[in-house]
Design a protein around this ligand. Structure first.
Ligand SMILES: NC(=O)c1ccc[n+]([C@@H]2O[C@H](COP(=O)([O-])OP(=O)(O)OC[C@H]3O[C@@H](n4cnc5c(N)ncnc54)[C@H](O)[C@@H]3O)[C@@H](O)[C@H]2O)c1
Length: 263
């Protein structure tokens, strides 16, 4: 049974895997045996991350490049594949969010988010999949979607458009790449206890109360709770799972919620 989830001998590239959810996922994949490569646009983040991984006994290879720049991706994928190993698993994790009310949003803010959260994964998939197809040994692609792949919310029109688009890119690539034994799936995280959410995760904060009340699990998720899903979607165990987004959200998407005064 363990073999189903074993990633020994596999190489995973996790974009923006320098902290937060990307780092938790990378550590999970490493725990299942994968060799980890991460990239980011900020070299200092990569340096800091490298020592954090090392503290957990994980050696990561790091590369500085921007997922939105086709010329950089086209240049770096072959470099990674010759310096480290061919990429078996791609996790499109790098992302940004801009919280701006729609009527105050400039087109540039919208396209900036689309660029990183949707065009970036397209470019990464394009060049990594090309290499996977040429090698003929299949592969796994995991796109970090969001509950905003399904739901709207105030101030995040660019993010929701990008993550909704990413869900459909996932389905489309699942269709086109299946004949090459490449499975393309997504992970849709709910709300997680990360460094960024620390200031609002305090009792009495309206957003904290909203999350606790709105989530059937009654709590925020821990980043490590994404590891099982990532290992599943990266491993043999999911070879007949294709084009899905697996929401790891404590049940939020399953429910319309309940009135505050209802048991
Ligand atoms: N944090 C959450 O609760 C949550 C919920 C749902 C979905 N997600 C998604 O999960 C992913 C990771 O979330 P996170 O909160 O850990 O993100 P984060 O912002 O903490 O980290 C993302 C990393 O991507 C890097 N990055 C940004 N633009 C880049 C580019 N053009 N090229 C390369 N790297 C770039 C950033 O420097 C950063 O280090 C994102 O796609 C996000 O949208 C997060």
């Amino acid at each position: 049974m363990q073999k189903l989830f074993d990633l020994s001998g596999k190489t995973a590239l996790v974009t923006g895997g320098t902290h937060g959810l990307g780092m938790a996922i990378s550590k999970g994949l490493a725990g299942a045996g994968a060799r980890i490569v991460i990239n980011d646009i900020i070299p200092e983040k990569l340096e800091k991350a490298k020592s954090e991984y090392k503290a957990d006994g994980i050696e990561v290879a790091t590369y500085v490049f921007d997922v939105t720049k086709e010329d950089e991706v086209k240049k770096f994928i072959p470099i990674i594949e010759s310096e480290v190993a061919p990429i078996d698993i791609l996790v499109n994790n790098a992302g940004i969010i801009k919280r701006i009310p729609f009527l105050d949003m400039e087109a540039k803010d919208f396209t900036d988010v689309i660029d990183v959260d949707l065009n970036g994964p397209f470019i990464m998939c394009r060049y990594v999949a090309e290499s996977m197809v040429a090698r003929g040994k299949g592969g796994k692609i995991i796109n970090m979607c969001s509950m905003m792949s399904e739901l709207g919310r105030n101030t995040v029109s660019g993010y929701a458009a990008a993550k909704g688009g990413l869900k459909m890119l996932t389905r489309n690539l699942a269709t086109e790449l299946a004949k090459h034994d490449i499975q393309v799936n997504g992970i849709g995280p709910g709300y997680y206890a990360t460094e960024q959410t620390a200031p609002i995760r305090v009792e009495g904060h309206p957003f904290n109360e909203f999350i606790i009340q709105r989530t059937p699990a009654g709590r925020w998720g821990e980043p490590e709770e994404l590891q099982g899903t990532a290992i599943f979607l990266a491993s043999k165990a999911s070879n007949f799972v294709n084009g899905h987004v697996l929401y790891v959200d404590g049940g939020i998407l399953a429910t319309i919620g309940k009135p505050a005064n209802e048991e």
